[in-house]
Design a protein around this ligand. Sequence first.
Ligand SMILES: *Cc1c(COP(=O)(O)O)cnc(C)c1O
Length: 392
Amino acid sequence: MKINKNFDNLVPNYLFAEIAKRVSDYQTANPENDVIRLGIGDVTLPLAPVVIEAMKKGVDDLAKKETFKGYPDYEGYGFVREAVSGYYKSFGVEVSADEVLISDGAKSDCGNIGDIFDKDNIVLVTDPVYPVYVDSNIMSGRNIIYADCNKSNNFKAMPDKNLHCDIIYLCSPNNPTGAAYTADELKEWIDYAIENDAVILYDCAYEAFITDNVPRSIFAVEGARKCAIEFCSLSKTAGFTGTRCGYTVIPKELERDGHNIYKTWYRRQATKFNGVSWPVQCGAAAVFSEEGQKQIKENLGYYQENARIISQALDELGIYYTGGKNSPYIWLECPNGMGSWEFFDLLLTKANVVGTPGAGFGKNGEGFFRLTSFGDRDKTVEAVRRLKEILA
Ligand SMILES: *Cc1c(COP(=O)(O)O)cnc(C)c1O
């Protein structure tokens, strides 16, 4: 037998292991120092009470013969898809419930969608990048081209009309940079995709953090139904990182190479995926209820205020950054021309604050650094105070 040799082409991702090692070495040497972690890419606040109630009721249903549930529909229960459709409507986007597929998260769908595309397609990703887009395509043996995000385009790469590609990954608001595309910018990508007969794979896992007038869905922009698939998740929106539920939207009419994309993806899911559990889908539907929306906004508001506190300090220090608004991430330029890891070590040893070196997200991340707003408020305030102390 032979192993898929494409796995040999994966670049080992030492980022989080290396961070953990440096922090642990530092703490061993300096046990009395209180280290604050602002590198965390996971939520920390609990699920909303209505979600917990709905999940408990879902569990009770499983305890009785009359209400017991077995395998769910591959695309998710109708009432959950209706709830997602209603959610889109609340910000003015028409997506019908039968274009929504409930999943166990956006990472799986973003990573698995490649199953339906030929190996010879050329893939475009932006750099810096969420590693899932790159690694899943390396595993499939596809060629990847990189669109540079940097200070000159405010970390929002735009299409190069002289370059052809077939599959385009866009993440907005972006992880790691926090940058969010405007409708006009997305329109350029849509026009480019249509021109190239390409498909845009649009990851909007952070749409719930948007406060500015930028699109919360690519389907808010004209032409998107002709070229885009959208992946979203309750992970960051409602604290479902451990609970697991997301949704993917595929316009029913979207076709490529004589094939209907929705039907092809449905066939793939029906073969390799058996759905999301009843209690979790009950909890997911509760997120979209009026009370659910009110409750999740409290947690979102907490993170948004943390982001504001960090951004304000950077404004005061005159440090360039993207994000902070429309995103839980703050992507900053390391001061005094420092490299990402150099700044990491400085922050760790002089301020006892941990962040994420931008170099870990691609070549354009070198010299940049990611802080997140998912931490505790008091610790965020204290981290910012220390940051100002060492950089002022
Ligand atoms: C956190 C995150 C997701 C969400 O993934 P889940 O599998 O739904 O938890 C998707 N895309 C990006 C870019 C993320 O950072």
